[in-house]
Ligand binder design. Structure first.
Ligand SMILES: C[S@@+](CC[C@H](N)C(=O)[O-])C[C@H]1O[C@@H](n2cnc3c(N)ncnc32)[C@H](O)[C@@H]1O
Length: 336
């Protein structure tokens, strides 16, 4: 007897945007903030969140079924992960990424088919310059984007702080540091290190605020600049996280060459991303991230560890290696 295949997985995948949007709206409405101080009943939540009578029960119970909140005897409460990671006022908050997904990516991804056919970026302001010029023209969007980057990089930052041999180096600079999650995490874990973050000048105040809030202003400073127009600042270790994937191949090569020029002999470049597996068939997140770059940027794309090591060797790095960090994130280390 031949078994008929089941369509269940296909239909669940096709409809999975329902789950995603329920979570994104929960973050937008502040469901997890409303439960931060303890359990609440439906009437209290309706008032706090401004939910319509028709939607409240189904929405909150859908969040229970998605295991984002709990319900006991009519009282809703946060689950441990949502309480730790999705309450805005808490230091562990990573919802900046989900806020950006809700505000920007959700709509842009609605134009995926057009992007696939035209190869053109589809972000909200697709006619304006590069992604960063368009984002940074509006201070509110600038802050939102930089906070989102902290959400994307928090896990990788911890892993880089733990796995790289920092005791062999004294100085480091994160190139394209955004709010500074990576330098703050590394400097917080290794008290002998000095360094900072390099980024476009508009990012300076946001970086400095975050560093000061983490009491690291004595060891971390901001280096303003444009990595295409200016030389990179010098340090024993340079880091590029989610930088190369924003740019086309020539621009990737230029950035690697500039990093090589700025390092001393024996210095290290750490590139980290959600790398695509070398065989390009397993890491769906890395491949979808590359499609996100199609949606978001003029020529950006993600790549495999083998691709990156090849470009590093062309730029002059003598030793290269790939190490897993956490989840889909890997680092590629090049030694000059
Ligand atoms: C995708 S974010 C990555 C942020 C951070 N490294 C991380 O992984 O969370 C790219 C960063 O590159 C910075 N950037 C973009 N163009 C730049 C340029 N021409 N010169 C310097 N920094 C730039 C942006 O401001 C932004 O902080």
């Amino acid at each position: 007897m031949t078994l008929r295949p089941s369509p269940e997985k296909l239909l669940a995948l096709g409809m999975s945007f329902w789950n995603a949007k329920a979570l994104l709206s929960a973050v937008e409405l502040g469901v997890f903030d409303a439960l931060a101080d303890g359990p609440a009943d439906i009437a209290t939540l309706r008032a706090r969140l401004g939910l319509h009578e028709r939607s409240a029960r189904d929405f909150l119970d859908a969040l229970v079924a998605l295991q984002l909140i709990d319900r006991n005897e009519g009282l809703y409460s946060n689950r441990p992960e949502t309480d730790f990671f999705l309450v805005r006022a808490r230091p562990g908050y990573v919802g900046g990424l989900l806020e950006m997904a809700n505000n920007r990516l959700y709509e842009s991804w609605g134009h995926l088919t057009e992007a696939l056919k035209t190869g053109q970026r589809q972000s909200e302001n697709k006619e304006e310059g590069d992604l960063f010029a368009a984002l940074y023209a509006d201070p509110h969007r600038l802050r939102g984007f930089l906070a989102a980057m902290s959400g994307v990089s928090a896990g990788a930052a911890n892993a880089i702080a733990g796995k790289f041999p920092w005791r062999d180096y004294k100085t480091f600079i994160d190139i394209g540091a955004a709010q500074g999650m990576v330098p703050v995490t590394i400097a917080g874990a290794h008290s002998h290190l000095q360094g900072g973050g390099f980024d476009l000048p508009q990012v300076g105040p946001v970086f400095e605020e975050f560093v000061a809030a983490n009491e690291l202003a004595g060891r971390l400073r901001f280096y303003p600049g444009d990595f295409f127009a200016d030389a990179l600042p010098r340090a024993d270790v340079l880091i590029m996280g989610h930088i190369l994937h924003d740019w086309d191949l020539d621009q990737k090569r230029t950035l690697l060459k500039k990093a090589h020029e700025a390092l001393p002999a024996g210095g290290a470049l750490i590139v980290y991303e959600a790398l695509i597996d070398d065989d390009r068939r397993e890491n769906a997140f890395g491949l979808l991230m590359s499609l996100n770059m199609l949606i978001e940027t003029a020529g950006g794309f993600d790549y495999t560890g083998a691709d990156c090591q090849g470009w590093m060797r062309e730029a002059g790095f003598s030793e290269t290696r790939v190490e897993h960090l956490v989840g889909p994130d890997y680092m590629v280390v090049g030694i000059k």
